[in-house]
Write a protein that binds this ligand. Structure first.
Ligand SMILES: Cc1cc2nc3c(=O)[nH]c(=O)nc-3n(C[C@H](O)[C@H](O)[C@H](O)COP(=O)(O)OP(=O)(O)OC[C@H]3O[C@@H](n4cnc5c(N)ncnc54)[C@H](O)[C@@H]3O)c2cc1C
Length: 486
């Protein structure tokens, strides 16, 4: 893997015009930081949905959906921080009461509703739109323009030409939990994407539900159903049946990885076990040990060979996901209560067979020991999380990018190859006009999900595109400065 410094795209001249595809957090941050550095640039953002800023994470949510990081960790380096914005918005203070009660009155430590972060992002971007510094092109980008033009074609036929294109496409809908041709999708009651508008609308309060997946998506959907008075049985299933863990307040743990770098996945696992046991003996929450790893995740990932990455994905990822993607304490309380009351049952195993049985779907789940359990549900909800296999997704823009050989889907099915945000072509060459930020760049970073990492990435790209200097030369260093989304 080339050194970060040498990968810096020095060849990129400041582009006079930029089009950003996607107006969630990643696209919004690109617009904010590029225009903060170079207000003279012509920047346009293409977004197909009717809100610019919140995206799925901070838009498609109710009051009960909380941010899974405390307020102070959501610093996106704009002129007003989220914490300061919340402090000044006195009309929102009643919404904060519960969160402040839990955090002992400390706003920086509070887990507040996600929709507030969405409103904050929306307000930041509205200023740019209102002042005509940023133009919102409403529509879906479906293809790239034919060379020598650069830019994108919208579904309604408009051509948006620009010197540089940034893909901020965000999370794709989930992949089928079974083989694509198996027919589960055709059964009445299967919900392929819980984030699709109105996906949960047809569910009656007493109907039994099966969630495929036991991670944060399942938690979100169970909370939403619970909040709308659902009383039917809920079952959640995944291979290992692991639920996300909960956040804990207090304590500190020193960085323990630097002296061990570079390290194999097995060495990492041993070190984490050792430190966790020591932390527990010292009365420090184990969560602080995981937090101490986070700033080094990008470096560790980049140092691993493909077999090491594959080994991590196969053996350690399920465990990593649940200790890393944690629930806010109030959310964990609700989930614990649902489990204790027997309203949410967690089953480990694989989906073996399913069949329509009248109005229900009957699903056979086979555990590790070979034991089979049949769950009857009116609705089977796909909570397996966003798909990332860009080599096969059928969204028009990605299909066109593959056809033009503009992208190189990675071998592990995590996203597309990039070098410092420059999209690498099928032929292995980093582009000097096509860039990407956010989850589709996971092959280069592994952890590029949470707001702090995306912020670090966007700051780097914005500096390159606007030819403005950065304080440090390494993006991995900046991940560390930001505490990488703890
Ligand atoms: C439910 C949920 C909760 C989360 N909670 C947290 C949290 O608490 N804290 C945290 O740090 N992170 C959280 N995350 C992680 C989250 O993914 C990132 O923080 C961030 O929101 C990702 O933003 P994005 O802009 O990359 O993607 P998205 O929010 O998915 O936005 C992408 C946008 O691009 C648009 N788009 C895509 N393709 C096209 C096209 N061809 N043409 C036009 N428009 C297009 C989409 O309409 C969408 O609006 C959460 C994620 C989810 C899904």
């Amino acid at each position: 893997m080339p050194d970060q410094k040498s990968m810096r795209p020095t060849a990129i001249a400041a582009a006079a015009s930029i089009v950003i595809v996607g107006g969630g957090l990643s696209g919004t941050l690109c617009a904010l930081h590029i225009l903060a550095a170079r207000p003279d640039l012509q920047v346009r953002i293409v977004e197909r949905n009717d809100r610019l800023g919140p995206g799925v994470a901070y838009g498609a949510c109710s009051d009960g959906h909380l941010l899974n990081v405390p307020v102070s960790r959501l610093d996106i380096r704009t002129s007003i921080s989220f914490e300061a914005w919340l402090t000044h918005k006195t009309s929102l203070h009643p919404d904060l009461a519960e969160a402040l009660g839990e955090s002992g009155g400390q706003l920086g430590d509070a887990f507040v509703p996600r929709r507030l972060f969405g409103a904050y992002l929306e307000e930041q971007i509205e200023h740019l739109i209102a002042s005509n510094k940023l133009i919102w092109k409403r529509g879906e980008a479906i293809a790239f323009l034919d060379p020598p033009k650069r830019g994108v074609l919208l579904a309604d036929g408009r051509e948006i030409a620009a010197g540089a294109v940034i893909l901020a496409l965000g999370n794709l809908p989930p992949k089928s939990p079974v083989r694509d041709d198996s027919g589960l999708e055709d059964l009445g009651g299967f919900i392929p994407d819980p984030w699709a508008t109105g996906a949960l609308a047809g569910i009656q309060a007493s109907e039994p539900i099966l969630f495929v997946g036991t991670g944060l998506t399942m938690v979100d959907v169970a909370l939403a159903l619970n909040a709308q008075g659902h009383s039917g049985d809920m079952t959640a299933t995944s291979r290992r049946g692991l639920l996300p863990t909960r956040h804990a307040f207090g304590g500190q743990w020193p960085p323990f990885l630097p002296s061990l770098l570079p390290m194999s996945p097995a060495t990492l696992l041993r070190a984490v076990r050792r430190e966790t046991e020591q932390a527990l003996r010292d009365g420090v929450p184990w969560q602080r040990v995981i937090d101490a790893i986070r700033p080094f995740v990008a470096r560790i990932w980049r140092s691993w060979s493909r077999p090491e990455r594959r080994s991590f994905l196969r053996h350690l990822r399920p465990r990593w996901d649940v200790v890393r993607h944690r629930m806010a304490p109030r959310i964990a309380d609700v989930i614990d209560a649902l489990v204790t009351e027997g309203r949410l049952n967690v089953v480990s195993g694989r989906l073996a067979r399913y069949r329509q049985a009248g109005r229900e779907i009957a699903i056979d789940i086979v555990g590790k020991d070979g034991e089979q359990q049949t769950v009857h549900a009116h609705h089977v909800i796909n909570c397996t999380g966003p798909r990332s296999d860009f080599g096969s997704v059928g969204t028009p823009l990605i299909v066109d990018a593959r056809r033009r050989k503009l992208i190189h889907p990675d071998a592990l099915g995590l996203g597309i190859e990039t070098e410092n945000c420059a999209v690498v072509s099928a032929g292995g060459v980093p582009s000097n006009w096509l860039f990407a930020v956010g989850s589709l760049t996971r092959p280069a970073w592994w952890e590029i999900t949470a707001a702090p990492e995306i912020t670090a990435q966007v700051l780097d790209l914005a500096a390159s595109l606007t030819a403005t200097p950065l304080e440090t030369s390494s993006l991995a260093d900046r991940f560390q400065d930001l505490g990488a989304g703890i």
